[in-house]
Ligand binder design. Structure first.
Ligand code: G3H
Ligand code: 13P
Ligand code: ZN
Length: 323
């Protein structure tokens, strides 16, 4: 058993309490490799922002769970070495089984998500409650999910969105004991969040559902998944240099700002990091065809990621200066 406390990591309890009070959202940034982790940590140190480092089960398979633990350990050493005291959580994103959550807790995660949204309401409660019982013995915080987001969550593809039913949230939270709740209000995973006809604007998220949930669970931490903006500049660069991302659309920043000021206290962003990296790598490959040193294309990609995460912390989530 490796406790997250020995790695200097934090669970999400105090982070969320401060975010709910301060009306901002903490970034939930996914990483799969060294450059992404370096960029997230650098941006959050430089903006003095708390951060939740997210690992999906796909990332865990890709990067090796032992290496991931050491990477998180290294990230904490970098934070301390910089004289920073930003709280850092290591979080399992979209855990789908009890066993996976236990394995992550045993390997040093400080927070886990059990995503039982593919199950019935009753089965979701049973599964989530079981994870909470184990996690809380180790002072690890748990995120549950009610409602289904369209898009790909690891290997599970959901064609349609099922909005969260506000009338279910109180029972779910009280019966499971979860520390935070992901809800579905119209976002989806990936780079194709809305199907728009020519000239059509992105429709507003279902803030009415969010407000109803807030009334039923005053002060309870809510999580928004699928919150990439699908930054148009990156899509343009990717397409300019040979990519094919037609009709990629994300959540406009003004809608995320509005969510961050509500009881939404974690906003999950993965696709924007993928797009920023891909855009820079494509640009270098196309404009400097003689380059074959990975540092010459991964380095600029990492610099772009730092810029993007700082912008989000400062101008969208409001987490800058809140450590
Ligand atoms: O919500 C999904 C995250 O973007 C993780 O994606 O399962 O491809 O690592 P992944
Ligand atoms: P995006 O695909 O919008 O970045 O969402 C990421 C996410 O929700 C991770 O859990
Ligand atoms: Zn998600």
């Amino acid at each position: 058993m490796h406790s997250y406390k020995d790695l200097g990591l934090s669970n999400t309890k105090d982070m969320y309490a401060k975010a709910v009070d301060g009306k901002y959202a903490i970034p939930g940034y996914n990483f799969n490799n060294m450059e992404q982790l370096q960029a997230i940590i650098t941006a959050c140190i430089e903006t003095n922002s708390p951060v939740i480092l997210q690992v999906s089960s796909g990332a865990r398979k890709y990067a090796n769970q032992i290496l991931l633990r050491h990477m998180a350990n290294g990230a904490m050493d970098i934070v301390k070495d910089a004289g920073s005291n930003i709280p850092v959580a290591l979080h399992l994103d979209h855990g789908d089984t009890y066993e996976l959550c236990v394995s992550c807790i045993e390997s040093g995660f400080s927070s886990v998500m059990i995503d039982g949204s593919a199950h019935s309401f009753e089965d979701n409660i049973v599964l989530t409650k079981k994870v909470v019982a184990y996690a809380h013995q180790h002072d690890v915080t748990v995120e549950g999910e009610l409602g289904v987001l369209a898009g790909i969550e690891d290997d599970v593809q959901h064609e349609v969105t099922h909005y969260t039913k506000p009338e279910e949230v109180e029972e779910f939270v009280s019966k499971t004991g979860v520390d935070s709740l992901a809800i579905s209000i119209g976002t989806s995973h990936g780079a194709y969040k809305f199907k728009l006809k020519p000239g059509e604007e992105v429709p507003p998220l279902r803030f009415d559902i969010l407000e109803d949930v807030e009334k039923r669970l005053p002060g309870f931490p809510i999580v928004l998944h699928g919150a990439s903006s699908v930054v148009p500049e990156y899509v343009e660069i990717i397409n300019k240099y040979g990519g094919q991302l037609d009709n990629a659309v994300g959540v406009p920043e003004d809608q995320l700002l509005k969510a961050a000021r509500s009881s939404v206290c974690k906003i999950n962003i993965d696709s924007d990091g993928r797009l920023a990296m891909t855009a820079k790598i494509r640009e270098v490959m196309a404009t400097k065809p003689g380059e074959f040193d990975p540092r010459k294309y991964l380095g600029p990609a990492r610099d772009e990621l730092v810029k993007m995460y700082k912008h989000k912390n400062e101008n969208v989530l409001g987490s800058a200066g809140k450590s």
